[in-house]
Ligand binder design. Structure first.
Ligand SMILES: [Zn+2]
Length: 269
């Protein structure tokens, strides 16, 4: 699943490819993933592309298209003559003979069309927490969000209303860097641990962004564009290998259906 770093890389890639291009035609092959009238975007020009957490926001003349890639969503910028693939669900034909195509093997992605002035009032955007690099993300904010929470910190780091943009890979990496057990309850997180979660959330997502994100499974920022941060991951998918800090064997456990990788020795309850 693309996380905040990967979504920002997708934004950068698409900005180079489609800014200033006008949509001539829209072909929707899987309408169920779209909220709102996508035909409002016909004839409009891509003016800007932004992100909020894992959401991509395409601003056109007066309407915006919000897009969440979820597990497997991808945008491809391709010559209009290229045959349309089986998992392509939306095709935006541009005014230069190219298409912006949305491809999603698992069909979990979502698109919303709304007035540009309404984007930040949408419930999907309004409820989100602070991004890792937001200056207002401090330990007072985080401790307030975690207090009274019986859920484990791994689940709480995936809750986008607390820190916005972390997914499974970076949540695992942040907890390893901060030396916190994924099972530790939210309400038991100390001030010092909250500080470390914030510090490493920022550091790890900044570094991942710098390297173009992690290419795990089917993430690519666009056709043929892949990141290399997966080479720097310390704990994610390292089950059975030695902990880079203490040599203890790294374990994998399922927490709320997601694989958590952790070192029993370094990460404390
Ligand atoms: Zn260790």
């Amino acid at each position: 699943m693309p996380e905040i770093a990967e979504v920002r890389v997708v934004r950068d890639t698409l900005k180079k490819q489609i800014l200033g291009r006008k949509i001539k035609k829209i072909n929707v092959l899987y309408p169920k993933m779209i909220d709102g009238n996508i035909n409002l975007l016909k004839g409009l020009t891509f003016k800007d592309i932004k992100t909020v957490g894992k959401w991509l926001i395409f601003d056109l003349d007066k309407f915006s298209l919000l897009s969440h890639l979820r597990m497997e969503g991808k945008y491809f910028y391709e010559d209009s003559k290229t045959p349309i693939e089986k998992h392509t669900h939306v095709v935006f034909s541009l005014d230069n003979g190219y298409d912006l195509r949305y491809n999603d093997t698992r069909k979990f992605g979502k698109m919303i069309i709304c007035d540009t002035s309404d984007v930040y009032d949408l419930k999907e955007i309004k409820k989100l927490g602070l991004e890792p690099d937001n200056k207002d993300l401090n330990e007072a904010y985080l401790l307030e969000k975690l207090k009274n929470k019986n859920k484990c910190i791994k689940d709480l780091l995936l809750d986008q209303t607390i820190i916005n943009g972390l997914g499974n890979i970076y949540a695992n990496e942040v907890l390893f860097a901060a030396q916190i057990s994924p099972f530790k309850k939210g309400k038991d997180i100390t001030k010092n641990e909250a500080e470390n979660i914030i510090k490493f959330s920022k550091e790890i997502t900044d570094e991942a962004y710098k390297w173009g994100g992690s290419s795990i499974k089917s993430y690519t920022s666009s056709l043929g564009v892949i990141g290399s941060y997966q080479d720097f991951l310390k704990i994610h998918k390292k089950e059975g290998e030695n902990c880079p800090s203490c040599n203890t064997i790294i374990e994998r456990v399922k927490i709320s259906g997601r694989s958590s990788y952790y070192c029993k020795n370094c990460q404390h309850l």
